[in-house]
Design a protein around this ligand. Structure first.
Ligand code: CTP
Length: 411
């Protein structure tokens, strides 16, 4: 009964995913919540008020000026009653209306009138989801404090495959429950490196790796959602800059080192998720290297600085320093050694030789290794894994163990 005593306004807008909302209502009620549904006019095409009334125990609200409903509880009263306004599914059109601050139906009027937190679970075709207008509206909403749940990737009702599927009711309810839990990183500053680095050979060529940045970005979002002030230092990726945090774009390992050394002092947590290139071409040519008529070419490589090690041994070391280790063999043993060698409090190790996890995938599986324990995180979405890691970091910050860190002897 994690939502016992909570009043949830569930806004349903008109997308095919609305067919899942009776299940969502049921799960909210099972978690102890009082649920009042509010439908947009087009939602009526996908779900019936009778079903929602039966499951929530309250007739759905449809119109702003319905005399009968208003005399039972006026819309301003309803807005004040809510502990959370959850809109699921949130269509592209509803997101746009929310971002604009329109009040052209009961749902958008409530969104303006309620002091409660706003949650949206977007659902739409993948092409629509990727549209810059939708992303811009979403960024605006997040900057105004709205929490976004999902969407997920997969097969869509229209036959497309991609991002835009509404999260499953269980995941939506879980996010809502988590939001009522105290924000475990409130008042903390967290610096995260993510993505690959690019090491220039000449103005048009570089050496890099397959890191997509997905896991690092997911951790940054989870830290933000846990209330932290987040600085995300990212090498080049195809991902959109996540809203609600400071974003520092870098290219090379040396750029990333400079940005990390600028951001880490005074922070509480440093998480090195970036796949930093260990070496760079010893010489960077100012001009494009021309092809010789015959023969091979060689590139001499020079070692890059170890960013996380430099942060871990710095004078103003963050209280918790967390590294990642992507290994292909003897993963646990390599990671245990790496944790001690680099002076880390935690290391998150994954075996990148396993199919379906790691580089470029949406899922990951890992083990979190500390001086005291090893916690296995089975295959799950990178978002879920990010939340699990943030909770392990919060545990460490809360315990008195973190500041002593006896093994982090500088090398
Ligand atoms: N890392 C870093 N700077 C580097 C190399 C790695 O900050 N120059 C960080 C990564 O962000 C990660 C951790 O160190 O958190 C481990 O990265 P990994 O590439 O596995 O470590 P290496 O020291 O390169 O070890 P090896 O290549 O021998 O596995």
């Amino acid at each position: 009964m994690a939502l016992a005593g909570k009043n949830i306004l569930l806004g349903i807008s008109g997308g095919i995913a609305a067919y899942k909302t009776p299940l969502l209502v049921r799960q909210l009620v099972q978690a102890g919540a009082q649920v009042q549904t509010v439908l947009t006019r087009s939602a009526l095409e996908f779900v019936t008020p009778t079903t929602l009334a039966a499951l929530s125990g309250r007739p759905p609200r449809l119109e702003t000026f319905d005399i009968e409903a208003e005399s039972a509880m006026g819309h301003i009263e309803l807005a004040r009653w809510a502990d959370a306004l959850l809109i699921a599914p949130a269509t592209a059109h509803t997101l746009a209306r929310l971002a604009m601050g329109l009040a052209d139906d009961l749902l958008t009027t409530l969104a303006l009138a309620t002091p409660a937190s706003l949650f949206v679970a977007p659902a739409m075709n993948q092409q629509m989801w990727a549209h810059p207008s939708v992303q811009r509206n979403l960024t605006q909403l997040i900057d105004a404090g709205c929490r976004v749940i999902g969407p997920e990737s997969g097969e869509q009702a229209c036959g497309d495959v991609g991002e835009g599927r509404m999260s499953e009711p269980e995941a939506i309810v879980r996010s809502l429950i988590e939001s009522f839990a105290p924000q475990r990183l409130a008042g903390r500053r967290v610096v995260i490196t993510a993505g690959p680095t690019r090491e220039a050979i000449d103005p048009v060529r570089y050496i890099s790796n397959h890191s997509s940045g997905k896991q690092g970005y997911a951790i940054a979002a989870a830290a933000r959602d846990a209330g932290a002030e987040v600085v995300l230092i990212s090498g080049p990726t195809a991902l959109a800059k996540p809203p609600g945090m400071e974003f520092v774009a870098v290219e090379s390992a040396r750029d990333m080192l400079a940005a990390s050394q600028a951001a880490a002092p005074g922070s509480d947590v440093f998480i090195g998720v970036a796949a930093v290139a260990d070496y760079r071409p010893a010489q960077q040519h100012d001009r494009k290297i021309k092809r010789e008529k015959t023969g091979d070419m060689r590139i001499d490589m020079q070692m890059n600085p170890d960013i996380i090690h430099s942060v871990a041994r710095s004078d103003r070391r963050p209280q918790v320093v967390v590294g990642f280790a992507a290994e292909t063999n003897d993963a646990l043993q390599h990671a245990r050694d790496k944790r001690v060698r680099k002076g880390l409090d935690l290391i998150v190790v994954n075996d990148v030789s396993l199919p379906g996890i790691g580089f470029n995938s949406n899922d990951n599986a890992a083990t979190i290794i500390s001086a005291h324990e090893e916690v296995v995180l089975h295959k799950q979405s990178k978002d879920a894994l990010a939340r699990a890691l943030i909770s392990a970091i919060a545990d460490l910050l809360d315990s008195q163990l973190a500041p002593t860190n006896p093994e982090s002897a500088p090398q």
